[in-house]
Ligand binder design. Structure first.
Ligand code: PPS
Length: 296
């Protein structure tokens, strides 16, 4: 039996070709065999794409914009992360999901190949939120500085090379977004963009409501927009991850709710890093109709 300390800052482990967080792999059989329910709703993202944001929005939509109901618990309990597991702690997505009331909202970053088969068999509804790769890389770098279940990121330059090569937890951003984009045509998957949510939250929240079979009036929509704005979420201890023990997430290294903007990458990428990134991006994204915006 491992202890939490034994999994801090460990190298990633490969699971069926994908680099994965060491602590999570210790529990992999349970993840593969996970049994979904037909009314489960899956929130799926590449890390740092706005998962917490959309999780709070979905919980608000399902609760008809009732802020009090969304204060019933921390976001990690209201929307458990399927693959999360830290030895010898109470942090286990699968354990939380055993007692979560239906319809369950389940968070995951798993690539399509690693998502438990049961979700496909039950044709569960899924919401995929995608964010532009440059801002994801910057956000992920800062997250890896503060989150001890991830390996240390190294310098920004070193990290950017690892990110581009897909040598970060959950593998390549390119493969992740492309495969989920293709998958959406055959399954009930609502594919959304962080940048659209930022630019026009009302239109995107309406899409989410319609996907979930809800009709919300203007007042409710405005309340959801306000409650899930970056400024409000940053100060909400139920969603800003300050409830996670500091020994695991050290917000003094970088807060979880860091900036919440589109285009912060410009503060980190050098001209040559940007040129190299664009060249690789062009190659990897050729042939896909996916379009990202990196500036608002
Ligand atoms: S995780 O750890 O992968 O689940 O992280 P995730 O929640 O996907 O992504 C964290 C980034 O999302 C930003 N965020 C928001 N942006 C806009 N509005 C709201 N309400 C919001 N909530 C979280 C958060 O700040 C992280 O992005 P960066 O760029 O690091 O600020």
């Amino acid at each position: 039996m491992s202890t939490p300390e034994e999994v801090w800052r460990k190298d990633l482990k490969i699971v069926r070709g994908y680099p994965m967080i060491h602590a999570f792999v210790l529990n992999w059989d349970m993840i593969e065999q996970f049994q979904s329910k037909p009314d489960d709703l899956v929130i799926t993202t590449y890390p740092k794409s706005g998962t917490t944001w959309i999780s709070e929005i979905v919980d608000m939509v399902l609760n008809d914009g009732n802020v009090e109901k969304c204060k019933r618990d921390v976001i990690t309990t209201r929307v458990p992360m399927l693959e999360l597991s830290v030895p010898d702690t109470r942090l286990s997505g699968i354990e939380l999901l055993k007692t979560a009331p239906s319809p369950r909202i389940i968070k995951t970053h798993l690539p399509i190949d690693l998502l438990p088969k049961s979700f496909w068999e039950n044709n569960c509804k899924m919401i995929y939120l995608a964010r532009n790769a440059k801002d994801v890389a910057v956000s992920y770098y800062h997250f890896d500085l503060m989150n001890k279940i991830q390996p240390l990121p190294g310098t920004w330059e070193e990290y950017l090379q690892k990110f581009l090569a897909g040598n970060v937890a959950y593998g390549s951003w390119f493969d992740h977004v492309k495969s989920w984009w293709e998958k959406k045509d055959g399954y009930p998957i609502l594919f959304l963009y962080y940048e659209d949510l930022k630019q026009n939250p009302k239109a995107e929240i309406k899409k989410i409501a319609s996907f979930l079979g809800k009709t919300l009036d203007e007042e409710t929509l405005d309340r959801i927009i306000h409650h899930t704005s970056f400024e409000v979420m940053k100060d909400n201890p139920l969603v800003n991850y300050t409830h996670v023990p500091t020994v695991m997430m050290d917000h003094s290294k970088s807060p979880f709710m860091r900036k919440g903007v589109v285009g912060d990458w410009k503060n980190y990428f050098t001209v040559s890093q940007n040129e190299n990134f664009d060249a690789i991006y062009k190659k990897k994204m050729s042939g896909t109709s996916l379009k990202f915006c990196t500036d608002l």
